[in-house]
Design a protein around this ligand. Structure first.
Ligand code: S3P
Length: 426
C-alpha cells in the first residue's frame, strides 16, 4: 500500500548503475581479449539475464562484492550453448545478443518471458537478414523465440526507420563479424553507449550526425568500466523531490549523456528546480550530481528528436504533467506501445483511475494538468517503469494507492522502495 507522504524528501542518494551500460559491459567484455572489471554494475533481473546468457556460452563471469570480472575470450571465443538462451524480460539482451549470435559459428535459440516474446523483433530480423544472417522467428510472427544459425555476414549501410539504440547496437555488433564498414543512419540520434564503449575496447567507430560506423573484425581488449548511476532510475527521485513540498535531495554520480538526459531539458522547460553539479569529471560517459528542490511545474510539449533521449522517462513525465499547471502534449512516441507494456495505454489507464484528465493518441498523449491526483487501485502490468512511476504518483496523491505486482521493479531497480524510504526518513 502506498499513501500520500506528509514528509518531504531529504538527503543524498546514489542510484544503481545504468542498465544499458551494464548490459553492454558484459557483452563487450565477453568479446574482448582478457579481463574486464566492472564496478557499480546493476544487479537487476534484466542484467542478470545477460550474465546468464554469456555464462551459457562459456564465458566466466565472477561476481565479487564490489566488482564483476568478465574473462573475455575474444571475438570468436563464445561456445555453443547447451540450452536455449533466455533473455527474460530484457529487450536489450535479446536484440543486442541477436546481433552477436548472427556472427557465430554455432546455432542458438533465444527466448524470453511472456512480455518479451510478444514484442516486435522484425526490427532486428530485417537488418540482420540484409547482412546475410540466418535468423527466424520460430512462430513466424516476427517475435521470439528466435532461431539464429551460422552464416557469413557482410557489412551494410542500414537506414533504420526507427530511432532505436537496440536496433542500432544490434547492427553494429553484427558488423564486428564482417570484413567491411557497417553503418547505421537513424531518423534521430538514440543513446550512444554502444559506440562509446566499443571505442573504449579498441574498435574503430566514427559518428557523423545521425550516422554511426564501425569497422569489422577489430581486436577488442578488456578494460575497467565504472558504470555511472542510471538517469532512468534517478528520474523517479527527481520527480518525487519536485512534487513533494519542502523536498531537497542530491543525487550523486548520475549519467547525463546527452543522448539519455532529455528529461533534464524537458524539466527545465517545465520550470523544474534542478542544479547540475560536478559535470566536468573525465570519463567515457558524462556524469554529474543533481540537486533537486520542490517547485511548481508548468505543462510543456515533448516531441521530435528529444523523444529517444527520454523514451523510458515518459511514464514519470506523464505523472509530473498531471500535477503541472496547463497542458502537456507528447508526440512522436509511438514506440511506447512496443515497450514492456503498451505504455500509452498503461499510463492512461492508471492516470485516469487516479483522476487525471488524459487523452491517449496514436503516438503519445495529452494531459490537462493542474487537477492533482487521488489514490486508486492500480496495475503495474508487470512493467517496472509503470510500477515506479505510480509509486511516485501515490506519494503526492490524496489518499491510498495499491499497485498490483509492484515487485516487478526488480527488473531494473531491486532497492527502489528501500531507497525511496531512505529519502523520506532523512
Ligand atoms: C535501450 C534502448 C531503448 C530503451 C531501453 C534500453 C538500450 O530501447 O527503451 O530501455 O539499452 O539500448 P529502444 O532501442 O527499443 O528504443
Amino acid at each position: 500500500m502506498f499513501r500520500k507522504t506528509n514528509r518531504p524528501l531529504r538527503g543524498e542518494i546514489t542510484v544503481p548503475g545504468d542498465k544499458s551500460i551494464s548490459h553492454r559491459s558484459i557483452m563487450l567484455g565477453a568479446l574482448a581479449e582478457g579481463d574486464t572489471r566492472i564496478t557499480h554494475f546493476l544487479k537487476s533481473a534484466d542484467c542478470l539475464s545477460t550474465i546468464d546468457c554469456f555464462r551459457r556460452m562459456g564465458i566466466s563471469i565472477r561476481e565479487d562484492e564490489n566488482e564483476i570480472v568478465v574473462r573475455g575470450r575474444g571475438l570468436y571465443g563464445l561456445r555453443a550453448p547447451d540450452s536455449i538462451l533466455d533473455a527474460g524480460n530484457s529487450g536489450t539482451t535479446m536484440r543486442l545478443l541477436s546481433g552477436i549470435l548472427s556472427g557465430q559459428s554455432f546455432s542458438a535459440t533465444l527466448t524470453g518471458d511472456d512480455s518479451l516474446t510478444a514484442r516486435p523483433m522484425k526490427r532486428i530480423i530485417e537488418p540482420l537478414t540484409l547482412m546475410g544472417a540466418s535468423i527466424a522467428s520460430k512462430a513466424g510472427n516476427g517475435c521470439a523465440p528466435l532461431l539464429i544459425r551460422p552464416a557469413a555476414l557482410h557489412s551494410i549501410h542500414y537506414h533504420s526507420p526507427l530511432a532505436s539504440a537496440q536496433v542500432k547496437s544490434c547492427v553494429l555488433l553484427a558488423g564486428l563479424y564482417t570484413d567491411g564498414l557497417t553503418s547505421v543512419t537513424e531518423p534521430a540520434v538514440s543513446r550512444d553507449h554502444t559506440e562509446r564503449m566499443l571505442r573504449g575496447f579498441g574498435a574503430s567507430v566514427t559518428t557523423d550526425a545521425r550516422t554511426v560506423s564501425v569497422s569489422g573484425r577489430p581486436s577488442l581488449q578488456g578494460m575497467d568500466i565504472d558504470v555511472p548511476g542510471d538517469i532512468s532510475s534517478a528520474a523517479y527521485f527527481i520527480a518525487a523531490a519536485l512534487l513533494v513540498p519542502g523536498s531537497e535531495i542530491l543525487i550523486r554520480n548520475t549519467g547525463i549523456n546527452p543522448t539519455r538526459s532529455g528529461i533534464l531539458r524537458v524539466l527545465e522547460s517545465m520550470g523544474g528546480d534542478i542544479t547540475i553539479i560536478n559535470s566536468d569529471l573525465p570519463g567515457p560517459e558524462p556524469t554529474a550530481d543533481l540537486l533537486v528542490r520542490s517547485c511548481p511545474l508548468r505543462g510543456t510539449v515533448i516531441q521530435g528528436e528529444i523523444i529517444p533521449t527520454l523514451i523510458d522517462e515518459i511514464p514519470i513525465l506523464a505523472v509530473l504533467a498531471s500535477f503541472a499547471d496547463g497542458d502537456t502534449i507528447i508526440r512522436d512516441a509511438a514506440d511506447l506501445r512496443a515497450k514492456e507494456s503498451d505504455r500509452i495505454e498503461t499510463v492512461t489507464s492508471n492516470l485516469r483511475l487516479m483522476g487525471a484528465d488524459i487523452t491517449p493518441t496514436e503516438d503519445g498523449m495529452i494531459i490537462r494538468g493542474g487537477r492533482g491526483l487521488h489514490g486508486a487501485s492500480l496495475n503495474s502490468f508487470r512493467d517496472h517503469r509503470i510500477a515506479m512511476s505510480f509509486a511516485i504518483a501515490a506519494l503526492a496523491a490524496e489518499g491510498e494507492t495499491d499497485i498490483k505486482d509492484a515487485d516487478c521493479i526488480n527488473i531494473s531497480y531491486p532497492g527502489f522502495y528501500k531507497d525511496l524510504q531512505s529519502l523520506l526518513r532523512t
